[in-house]
Write a protein that binds this ligand. Structure first.
Ligand code: SF4
Length: 474
């Protein structure tokens, strides 16, 4: 969606996603349980009424919570833990009769990778379309496995603008998907000869990936397609569903498997891009002959550098790499390292500008988007975060793409689902703007592969401790 901005006599359109408050439709367990001792509370209330009188009854009964936990009809005698943000003010002021603790039922949401902490963040982002603010400082670990082993280098001193990232100056989150030759060649008349650029531009480095089989319903596909249209991005949808539910459009990327060539002929318009599910020469040739202007993207697990360069030689310029939902690839590498490896393969072959690298799997928080881009991706296909936004239930551990099972809410609606996904992308884009501003980058395209602006815990540890007795590289 474009937002018209006036500046002096000029005017320009600024990319903007409309957010709205969209409450949950499934009642998830609250984050915290709040227990209040009734005798202690009664004593406290009597003492407050004695001091302040009954005129301020509503204020007195709601105290000390600013978030409304004690503001129900009978105040703290029946606390409302769904409003609790865990600020601990009540336990600090009244340690004798109030206690707040994490709700063990909430911890059961998600699985061992998509933990309830990540779910909490997404839950806030999709409900409000805003950036979650924790406020009280970070008290967790500063390093760890996976994405937690990568830190971004940010400094206020390099902020690009005193106007703020939402002010007059603009940080572009546009990305290009497609092919740009390293050189353009022209004939003596000045006409281009040989390969010319073919790209699709989307205004944010995120798109919606195809869902797992257990949630591949008409409603889910319609939500994906409509949300992609609203935010001017893309949704990957299996060809069968595109045809069956009439989802063709410039924001839909049909996903085609070998053996589905005939279905391609039923498309009534030329797709901007088609994803092929695994390399198949015959399918690739069929698409190239039916839709010569369409970009062909290879959907594949991470491959070795020689294999990737081989696909490039065959004419593949867009790759969509898949890790499992927990971020690990089939070789036992975390997606962060797998992306760096793939990016490096094309850089060293001198063809990185000619290819676009997309990726899905293991990117489940706003911070993972810039980290994945720094490692070398151009854009990220959202998978399990979309399911969490729609309050899907994880049925057991959901790492394996083929066998993972999810349940969508039975009361899911198109309008609710679309706005939740719009809120997710708006919130994650805002967080991307924050990190870009802090890194001094005015556009996301410049963030790609910018590993000089990141630090990797293992590398730093090795630099500092290698050779010292007791340090174990593994
Ligand atoms: S922890 Fe904070 S938000 Fe929760 S009940 Fe206590 S005062 Fe209210």
């Amino acid at each position: 969606m474009k937002q018209e901005v006036s500046f002096g006599n000029g005017r320009y359109d600024r990319y903007h996603i409309d957010t709205q408050h969209v409450p949950d439709i499934v009642s998830w367990p609250t984050r915290f349980t709040v227990k209040v001792g009734k005798i202690g509370l009664a004593r406290e209330l009597i003492s407050e009424i004695f001091h302040h009188g009954l005129k301020k009854k509503e204020v007195i009964t709601s105290r000390p919570c600013l978030y409304g936990v004690f503001s129900g009809p009978v105040g703290g005698f029946s606390p409302r833990p769904e409003h609790c943000v865990g600020c601990l003010r009540c336990t600090t002021e009244y340690p004798d009769f109030v206690s707040v603790s994490h709700n063990p039922e909430r911890k059961k949401l998600g699985d061992s990778f998509f933990t309830s902490n990540y779910i909490d963040a997404i839950s806030y982002e999709v409900e409000h379309g805003m950036i979650p603010v924790k406020g009280a400082g970070y008290r967790g670990k500063f390093g760890g496995e996976g994405w937690d082993g990568m830190w971004t280098d940010m400094s206020e001193i390099v902020r690009p603008t005193r106007d703020g990232i939402h002010g007059r100056e603009y940080i572009s989150t546009d990305v290009d998907i497609g092919f740009r030759p390293n050189f353009l060649k022209f004939d003596p008349e000045g006409r281009p000869v040989g390969p010319t650029p073919r790209v699709i531009s989307i205004p944010l480095p995120m798109f919606i990936d195809a869902p797992p089989a257990s949630v591949s319903t008409e409603l889910f596909f319609k939500i994906s397609a409509e949300a992609a249209r609203e935010v001017q991005s893309l949704a990957v949808i299996p060809l069968g569903a595109v045809l069956k539910y009439n989802l063709e459009g410039e924001h839909t990327i049909p996903l085609v498997k070998a053996g589905e060539e005939e279905g391609l002929e039923l498309l009534s318009s030329t797709p901007l891009m088609i994803e092929i599910d695994g390399w198949d020469e015959q399918l690739f040739q069929k698409i190239s002959s039916l839709f010569p202007e369409t970009l062909v993207c290879l959907r594949t697990v991470f491959k070795s550098p020689p294999e990737l360069l081989d696909y490039h030689k065959h004419g593949i310029h867009v790759f969509h790499f898949l890790a499992d939902y927990d971020g690990w690839d089939q070789e036992g590498n975390f997606v962060l390292d797998a992306i760096r490896e793939a990016h490096k393969a094309f850089v060293e072959a001198g063809v990185r500008q000619e290819v676009t690298l997309l990726g899905s799997g293991g990117m489940i928080a706003a911070e993972h988007i810039p980290k994945a881009i720094i490692c070398g991706l151009d854009a990220i296909g959202l998978d399990t975060p979309v399911l969490v936004s729609l309050q899907a239930e994880f049925l057991g551990e959901c790492a394996d793409r083929k066998t993972s099972q999810f349940n969508l809410p039975t009361n899911l609606t198109l309008e609710w689902g679309v706005q939740r996904l719009m809120n997710l992308m708006a919130s994650w884009r805002d967080q991307l703007l924050e990190i870009s501003g802090a890194m001094g980058l005015r556009e996301i395209r410049r963030m790609r592969g910018e590993v000089g602006r990141a630090m990797f815990m293992l590398e730093l540890e090795q630099e500092a401790f290698a050779g010292i007795e007791g340090y174990d590289i593994n």
